[in-house]
Design a protein around this ligand. Structure first.
Ligand SMILES: [Zn+2]
Length: 387
């Protein structure tokens, strides 16, 4: 009685194996670079203009400096070891000859095809650059069109998929004397002399956030009247579809996450919204009267007051609460920015503004990075910028 199903099973297993072999042979013929710049576990905030990117145990970070415009750092998040992304022996890392030095309004860090990419805003032109992951072999990839880039100058996203740059953000344009805030999604092949292709444009936009997942680029538009639109772009075809639209004026966020089959809007401190890609439903997480600031894969984090946090599970049940106290910051004389999370660890920038005669001076703040492990509930410093 069991022989027939067994035979069928064996036959289908053999067919499946043959298909798998054929598919793999097909895979190997694809030319490189291929794939996507987004890797699993990269949940860094988009509101920071992509000045941080996590890849393979390393946090790449574009730091403001006092003497030079920007300096690239690489931080080993397991050991907390941080260094300028230079790789040159006997370099003092403080001049234009240093590989870590970016002499412009550098922004948009992504790793793609084992190379680090970023955008520099040299006047009068903007360029996409890349280097090896140790900072060496720096190359100008292509020029970006400034008029197109101007429409993505705010809360922008940068990603690379299948040899194409994808940019999404907000910008202002003036129409008959009236400023209009709009958003644009465009793509451009990674080739010198290539042209941008506009994929989606909308007006009356407050913010837009994007994430890549597989061959899809999801984006959330917060309208000027706090309405919401969730959209998806098929990056192979460039086609855009509106997944969800709600004109009720109640939405705000600072970031979008794409985790499994969920799109999660968070960061406003008002509420966390979860959209199910599978069934198209939108849920507001948490209990009445609770506020949630940031989300990891499995937890909600709330800054209750200065120096004090609460941690909840995804149903809004309290897990723990405590002091926000990385080593050396107990005096509370700092400001924080959330950078994002990698798996269970949340990263925060701690800013200390230099003071003179009791007044905050105009010098740039010291920017240290602290990690909060949401499993062990321990705080640690991974980059200490204080003297
Ligand atoms: Zn150097």
């Amino acid at each position: 009685m069991n022989t027939l199903p067994n035979k069928l099973f064996k036959r289908s297993a053999v067919i499946a194996l043959l298909f798998a072999l054929l598919f793999c042979i097909g895979c190997n013929t694809v030319t490189t670079p291929n794939g996507t710049s987004e890797t699993y576990g990269n949940r860094l905030m988009l509101a920071t203009n992509n000045t941080a990117f996590y890849y393979d145990g390393i946090l790449y970070w574009l730091k403001d400096t006092e003497t030079i415009s920007h300096k690239l750092y690489c931080i080993d998040v397991s050991t907390g070891e941080a260094m300028p992304l230079c790789g040159k022996p006997e370099c003092s890392h403080d001049s234009a000859s240093c590989n870590a030095y970016i002499d412009s309004d550098g922004r948009g860090l992504v790793v793609y095809g084992e190379k680090l990419y970023w955008i520099s805003n040299f006047s009068p032109a903007m360029y996409l650059w890349c280097s090896d992951l140790d900072g060496g072999n720096r190359q100008k990839v292509m020029e970006l069109d400034k008029d197109t880039e101007n429409l993505t100058s705010d809360s922008k996203f940068m990603g690379i998929y299948d040899g194409k740059l994808f940019r999404c953000g907000c910008g202002s344009l003036v129409n008959e004397g009236n400023p209009i805030k709009s958003m644009l999604l465009y793509s451009q092949p990674l080739q010198s002399g290539s042209e941008p292709t506009r994929l989606y444009y909308a007006e009356n936009v407050l913010r837009v956030f994007s994430r890549m997942s597989g061959n899809k680029l999801y984006f959330a538009i917060i309208r000027s009247d706090f309405g919401l639109e969730l959209c998806v772009c098929d990056m192979d075809s460039g086609e855009v579809e509106v997944l969800y639209s709600d004109s009720n004026s109640e939405y705000d966020a600072q970031d979008l996450l794409a985790i499994d089959d969920r799109l999660i809007l968070h960061g406003s401190g008002i509420a966390v919204y979860v959209y199910s890609i599978t069934d198209g439903s939108l849920t507001t997480i948490g209990k009445e009267g609770c506020e949630y600031d940031y989300v990891t894969d499995s937890k909600l984090y709330d800054v209750v007051s200065r120096g004090y946090y609460r941690l909840y599970d995804m149903d809004g049940e309290l897990i723990s609460d405590g002091a926000i106290d990385p080593p050396g910051f107990a005096d509370g004389n700092y400001y924080t920015h959330y950078i994002g999370c990698v798996d269970d660890t949340m990263y925060f920038m701690f800013l200390v503004y230099p003071q003179s005669n009791g007044q905050i001076s105009l010098s740039p703040p010291q920017e240290s990075i602290a990690a909060f492990n949401t499993e062990t509930l321990e705080w640690s410093l991974v980059f200490d910028d204080r003297e």
